[in-house]
Design a protein around this ligand. Structure first.
Ligand SMILES: Cc1cc2nc3c(=O)[nH]c(=O)nc-3n(C[C@H](O)[C@H](O)[C@H](O)COP(=O)(O)OP(=O)(O)OC[C@H]3O[C@@H](n4cnc5c(N)ncnc54)[C@H](O)[C@@H]3O)c2cc1C
Length: 462
């Protein structure tokens, strides 16, 4: 097809991350003719896999929680739920190696009691906090439960100040609030908006007993977010064009849209722009947002993953979190990666990694191998079959205080143009859940603009 003959399609979704895939599926499920454009040779955006020799490696460990109802809808929709199972009950081993008396293992667990008693027993036996600190955590959790994450006033406040005001010691912040918060928000408490922290802790810990049960893919992420998602898009009739980057977006005189991809122009009645905030800013036609410059004020936060393949088993658990060490969370990736022969592949997941993201591999090796030996005695005599790092400099938007007022909703001021992406105003931090939710919202807004009635997928799934 040439530039002179635009191809007609009712909806074009730009960006094949979780947000774009969700929008495309929703629009196709509502009966629209949908084209999905993705600049890279694969779907899945920031949550993907690549080959390294015999290994299939995830760019970074991804987990979700039982309360992530939208991401769970996505898993079901692409027929991938069985590949990313949830724990039966929250159980997080936490190994503290910073104590003078020697390493100590504790667990963050829940029982089957109703909220908030489901966590009380686990907290009461959590050995990394004193009795007084544990009681203080209970009081702060109840106070957190009374906050409204949608209250704009909360967005301006940082989480650390709120925790300090509620009697949380630096140790409590390290051993509990940041242990969970850094991994879910990708920022430490001083750098997190209270609104986003309240969203995470309230939804994850206080909405229902099983809300914080953890799930993760037992296969490479790409199998779910690329292969299965691609199949679901195909069966829904979506035309998926990989290696196809949208370079311009223009409004036609009759109120439609032309998406330029360099080689081709595609006509659409509605466009969902599901690309990161900077790319959105560059593609947005004039008048789409009141203050488009705000998109550039949304900061980003990095995540580093350190990958180590040992010549033997050094960890008997599927994962653990560490205290008193630069190591944050360690996951066993052996089976998921397809590693053959003797050995074990561990991924060390380091969130809010601003200080380490640009360090040379040799320096990271010098730092992390001894730390892993400190945490895992069996690693001390083990040989290293492989060591490498993956760096995601713009892994998430920075959940800094004030970010809420910078995040636009799905609707723009231009009819038929909608925004999606984990960075849009979902109320969630940058997560797979937020991405899928944003995809729903953009598709809903697009369908509404076309005068289509539809049911919300979470209602359908319920
Ligand atoms: C290392 C790492 C670990 C993480 N861990 C977790 C976790 O444990 N749990 C969790 O819930 N979340 C986690 N996240 C966050 C989660 O991956 C993201 O929030 C989510 O995947 C974002 O999806 P998205 O669709 O909004 O955006 P993206 O994934 O950024 O998708 C945007 C897509 O648009 C494409 N694109 C850009 N410009 C164009 C263009 N002009 N034309 C066509 N296509 C274009 C891009 O190639 C990309 O595929 C992690 C992220 C990283 C990087």
């Amino acid at each position: 097809m040439t530039d002179d003959a635009p191809r007609s399609s009712r909806a074009v979704v730009i960006g094949g991350g979780l947000a774009g895939i969700t929008s495309a599926l929703r629009l196709a499920d509502a009966g629209l003719d949908v084209t999905l454009l993705e600049g890279r040779p694969r779907l899945g955006g920031l949550a993907f896999s690549f080959r390294r020799g015999e290994l299939t490696v995830d760019n970074g460990q991804h987990v979700y929680l039982r309360c992530c109802t939208a991401y769970r809808w996505f898993l079901d929709r692409v027929d991938g739920a069985r590949l990313a199972p949830l724990q039966n009950r929250l159980d997080v081993p936490v190994l503290d190696v910073g104590r003078p008396s020697g390493p100590r293992l504790g667990r963050l667990r829940r029982n089957a009691l109703p909220v908030p008693f489901h966590l009380a027993a686990g907290l009461a036996t959590y050995p990394h906090l004193s009795l007084a600190e544990r009681a203080g955590v209970g009081r702060a959790a109840l106070a957190l439960g009374r906050l409204d994450p949608d209250d704009p006033a909360l967005d301006a406040v940082d989480f650390a100040s709120w925790l300090a005001r509620h009697g949380q010691s630096p140790r409590t912040i390290e051993a509990l609030w940041d242990l969970v918060g850094v991994a879910t928000l990708n920022a430490t408490a001083p750098n997190s908006s209270l609104a986003l922290a309240a969203k995470v802790f309230k939804t994850g810990l206080l909405s229902e007993p099983g809300a914080a049960d953890i799930g993760w893919a037992s296969v490479p992420l790409g199998e779910v977010h690329d292969t299965l998602a691609g199949k679901a898009l195909d069966s829904a009739g979506v035309r998926t064009e990989l290696r196809t980057k949208a370079s311009a977006l223009t409004r036609t005189e009759d109120g439609g849209w032309i998406v330029d991809t360099g080689g081709e122009r595609i006509e659409a009645e509605t466009v969902v722009l599901a690309v990161p905030q900077r790319e959105t800013h560059d593609l947005l036609p004039e008048g789409a947002l009141d203050e488009p410059g705000r998109l550039l004020d949304i900061g980003t936060s990095p995540i580093l993953n350190v990958h180590v393949v040992y010549d033997r088993e050094v960890l008997r658990r599927p994962f653990f979190a560490a205290l008193g060490s630069p190591v944050q969370w360690v996951f066993d990736r052996t089976d998921a990666s397809g590693l053959t022969g003797p050995g074990q592949y561990l991924a060390v997941s380091q969130s809010a990694a601003d200080e380490e993201i640009d360090l040379p591999v040799a320096e990271l090796r010098g730092r992390y191998l001894p730390e892993l030996e400190r945490l895992l005695p069996a690693a001390r005599g083990a040989g290293i079959r492989d060591f490498f790092v993956t760096r995601e400099r713009t892994a998430t938007f920075a959940p800094a205080p004030g970010v809420g007022r910078l995040r636009p909703g799905a609707r723009t001021r231009l009819p038929g143009l909608c925004l999606a992406g984990a960075w849009t105003a979902t109320g969630w931090p940058a997560t797979m859940e937020g991405a899928v939710r944003s995809g729903f919202s953009a598709a809903d807004a697009a369908l509404r603009a076309l005068g289509r009635s539809h049911e919300h997928p979470l209602q359908e799934a319920a």
